[in-house]
Design a protein around this ligand. Structure first.
Ligand SMILES: Cc1cc2nc3c(=O)[nH]c(=O)nc-3n(C[C@H](O)[C@H](O)[C@H](O)COP(=O)(O)O)c2cc1C
Length: 336
């Protein structure tokens, strides 16, 4: 059950959050409530925002909100938990950005599979916020309306392709055009098959239409504009050197591994955002064994392909809404 908190500051639209409103002299509890505004900017499948927060003193708990699950496309809650993983990791990055030391434990309570993480702040803010990181968090968004034809920055390509220590091993780029072509073609075919399933269509359409102003969730796409599948994932819609296809893999098929995948997802998206790039995201590999098994040999890697990312610069941004923090806050006195 959710209970609205009477806190004027946290009731604002998270899209309007600003560093200058950080309540520096308030209690850690108030600061954590304020920082929820940044954590909810995490990506989530269909912008379902499947998370809830409970703040008590120096501790914040992040719960999965399974009432926002997608029964057709995500029957096991894998994408839901990946989304929560992004939110958990984003919260820790926000605390880093505001120079608040903390400890984070994931799945801290074996008796409660909905409790994704418990984060305890161990110091008050030390120094000025890391504005570049905060900007990278605020500017990140999913590309939905195609790519600009500008070349990608060398530094970004190097980060992925050179074998340096910083490069994460959970993501692999698809550099050969032939492989990229095969993957994109398979995506289109799988999506066409899914579209013939009425339950899939209904569920997707219920989260993807322009009238999202009241609910502040879902994706406000206009039915007259090309779908993301057409503008971002077709074979011929991105000029050479303007995009880079990458595959995010997961180490195992367990809720803990899904949570970790979500952490990895936001990590690479923030790295891209720091360099002025964004990504289109595609979860068909997580639902289709056909796609998974065709991608695996192409990337020559042991993990299971789970999400595809196509990095670039958006031709036009689509800003998705976020629910007010009062709607995602659990009262400390209530059991989840
Ligand atoms: C697990 C997961 C799966 C996603 N799958 C897709 C997808 O298949 N297609 C797509 O266009 N966007 C996908 N997204 C992106 C979300 O739609 C997007 O994060 C959400 O609408 C919020 O928008 P924003 O990322 O611009 O803030 C996915 C995001 C997550 C976390």
């Amino acid at each position: 059950m959710t209970v609205a908190l009477k806190s004027g500051r946290s009731a604002r639209n998270p899209r309007e959050v600003s560093i200058k409103d950080f309540p520096r002299d308030a209690s850690v509890e108030s600061q954590l409530k304020f920082l929820v505004n940044y954590a909810v900017l995490a990506p989530s499948v269909h912008n379902t925002q499947p998370w809830l927060f409970r703040v008590l003193d120096h501790t914040i708990e992040i719960y999965a909100n399974r009432s926002r699950a997608l029964a057709v496309v995500d029957p096991d809650d894998r994408s839901l938990i990946i989304s929560c993983g992004s939110c958990v990791h984003l919260f820790t990055r926000v605390l880093n950005a505001f120079r608040m030391e903390h400890k984070c434990s994931v799945f801290p309570d074996m008796a409660d599979p909905d409790l994704m993480a418990r984060i305890t702040v161990t110091s008050s803010p030390k120094g000025d916020p890391d504005e570049a990181l905060v900007q990278a968090i605020v500017r990140r968004s999913t590309i939905r309306r195609g790519f600009q034809s500008l070349p990608l920055p060398e530094a970004f390509i190097d980060w992925f392709t050179k074998g340096n220590d910083e490069r994460p091993d959970f993501i692999r780029t698809v550099m050969e055009k032939e492989s990229e072509f095969l993957i994109l073609r398979q995506l289109q075919e799988t999506e066409r098959n899914y579209q013939s399933d009425k339950r899939y269509r209904r569920e997707t359409e219920s989260w993807t239409h322009p009238l999202r102003e009241r609910s502040q969730d879902g994706i406000p796409m206009n039915p007259d504009e090309p779908t993301t599948m057409v503008s971002c994932w077709s074979v011929d819609n991105a000029p050479d050197h303007a995009t880079m296809l990458a595959v995010l893999t997961e180490p195992a098929d367990t809720p803990r591994a899904w949570l970790e995948t979500g952490e990895h997802l936001i990590q690479v998206l923030l790295e891209a955002s720091r360099m002025g790039l964004n990504a289109a995201i595609m979860n068909l590999p997580s639902t289709s064994t056909d796609i998974r098994s065709m991608i695996k040999p192409l990337i020559g890697f042991s993990g299971d392909p789970i999400l595809l990312l196509r990095f670039g610069r958006p031709r036009r941004k689509l800003i998705t809404p976020r629910r007010s923090t009062v709607d995602v806050m659990l009262h400390p006195g209530f059991r989840h």
